[in-house]
Ligand binder design. Structure first.
Ligand code: FRU
Length: 494
């Protein structure tokens, strides 16, 4: 692949060429190699002809493209989304004495049916053999897909979408080959047209040694902002049934480009679960202008996840960038106290064009905001050539209604109807945010509030390269401190 294009992100994953959608089959092996598979059309710039592309990484930022891992058996079928596990105990019987056997569990899509199939790998996930007795799960439906498998105490658990029935089926198996129906999770939260790509994840609860379970479901179309979105529920899982604590559907990301998220299999007990989502939206993914560079779609940053239950809205699934230290580059601003003040940075010398910024905010014990001036922190990334910009900000508030916003309507390079409408994404946040951080990477921006309590993923397509950053505050209350750092990020693609 040629990763030099002006719109190519330099610290995010994008496919060598062709079209990508959902992350699939993600696992981390015993040597600490992260495997990412993805819905891949290697022969066109739109969805179709689905394969599993494959890439590996030691740090989740520096990726090596690997040969395609799964091919459809003929030209009318596709290898749709699914997951992978390490069958350490050889429950499947595929692996003799090896502890490193990998089994992929995916949907075979044919013109008449969607069935769940498995394939096994003797070489740690680089090449796969389809199981001779596929399918392993078939209900005679053409809307039954996206199996995600985890290990629970003494058995395998699959969540799989009966898409147009707004139902997630839970199945169990001793061996990945024989599956028994256990329960359904039906008609919860946003329905949209259909459910897709479920996940069931045991998640640590911040500040405790406890955990709870997250049921994550993608819907498309029908997102509040249009097109596709994820949503999640927090509750208990007993090995066969998932029950929510409060039946609330919450959005893991308030941007428009975060879909079909998946959690890696194999992260160790005591470590936070790690996820990656597809940073795009079915509403426009087939027409975005990166096609002129020969590729379409980006994965989100890898995210560390945990639950916090002590928030204004109760349970929150937090999502913050995975350890960025391997890619942190030149310091553009450090420990700058921007109290009702601002900085403008020319970052044209950062060759990746990728930036990480972070504001740490502290408050005095009595806080008096001005009645006339809104208290804000704003950040803008603009082009010295065209003046267009990608921007966002935060409103501080003493009345429990802080808000974060991101606006890509002032970026000029893409005239799709869903982009020309001005939309300013706002999301109520904590009134007193203590961390505001973000990564911008040529054609994608991710913003995080309070260690990932709120996150937003947005793609954007500038006409000219963005190379100037403005960051500043106004209307802050006496005694507040806003300490800002800005770093260039080291590109990871050759
Ligand atoms: C979600 C999805 C899945 C399906 C795959 C096909 O984006 O529609 O339900 O398996 O994409 O590429």
């Amino acid at each position: 692949g040629n990763y030099a294009g002006a719109l190519r992100p330099q610290v995010h994953f994008s496919p060598p060429q062709g079209f990508m959608n959902d992350p699939n089959g993600m696992f981390v092996d015993a040597n600490g190699t992260w495997h990412l598979y993805y819905q891949y059309n290697p022969t066109a710039l739109v969805a179709g002809n689905q394969h599993w592309g494959h890439a590996t990484s030691k740090d989740l930022y520096t990726w090596t493209n690997q040969p395609i891992a799964l091919y459809p058996p003929n030209n009318t079928s596709g290898i749709f989304s699914g997951s992978a596990v390490i069958d350490t105990n050889n429950t499947s019987g595929f692996f003799n004495n090896s502890k490193t056997g990998v089994v992929a569990i995916y949907t075979l899509n044919t013109p008449t049916e969607q069935t769940q199939e498995i394939a096994y790998s003797y070489d740690g996930g680089y090449t796969f053999q389809p199981y001779a007795r596929n399918p392993v799960l078939r209900i005679g439906s053409n809307q039954f897909r996206d199996p995600k498998v985890i290990w629970y105490q003494d058995h395998w658990v699959m969540v799989v979408a009966y898409s147009v029935d707004f139902t997630i089926g839970i199945y169990t198996s001793p061996n990945l080959k024989d599956w028994s129906f256990a329960s359904n999770f039906t008609n919860h939260g946003l329905l949209g047209l259909q459910y897709e790509c479920p996940n069931l994840v045991q998640m640590p609860i911040k500040g405790t040694t406890d955990s709870a379970w997250v049921m994550y479901i993608s819907i498309n179309p029908g997102a509040p902002l249009g097109g596709s979105t994820g949503q999640y529920f927090v509750g208990n899982f007993n090995g066969t049934h998932f029950t929510t604590f409060d039946n609330a559907a919450r959005l893991p990301d308030f941007g428009k480009d975060n879909y079909a998220g998946q959690w890696f299999y194999g992260t160790k007990a005591g470590e936070d679960p790690v996820s990656i989502a597809w940073a795009s939206n079915w509403q426009y993914t087939n027409v975005v202008p990166t096609g002129s560079e020969g590729w379409r779609s980006i994965m989100s940053l890898p995210r560390r996840n945990y639950l916090d239950k002590a928030t204004r809205i109760g349970w929150v699934l937090a999502s913050e960038p995975y350890d960025l230290s391997p890619i942190l580059g030149s310091t553009l601003l450090q420990s700058a106290n921007l109290f009702n003040n601002s900085a403008t940075l020319d970052y044209s010398s950062v060759s990746s064009g990728a930036i990480y910024f972070r504001a740490n905010i502290t408050y005095p014990s009595t806080l008096a905001f001005s009645a006339s001036t809104p208290a804000t922190l704003n950040f803008t990334f603009s082009s010295s050539a065209s003046g267009e910009c990608m921007q966002g900000g935060y409103f501080f508030s003493s009345d429990n209604a802080g808000a974060v916003w991101v606006d890509r309507s002032t970026v000029k390079g893409f005239q799709n109807p869903f982009f020309t409408d001005k939309f300013s994404l706002t999301q109520a946040g904590p009134p007193l945010a203590t961390v505001i951080e973000g990564v911008i990477d040529r054609s994608v921006m991710e913003v995080f509030i309070d260690n990932g309590h709120f996150s937003s993923t947005s793609v954007f397509y500038p006409k000219e390269k963005l190379d100037q950053m403005f960051i500043g505050t106004g209307g802050l209350a006496e005694g507040m401190k806003v300490e800002i750092g800005v770093w260039g990020l080291k590109g990871t693609w050759k």
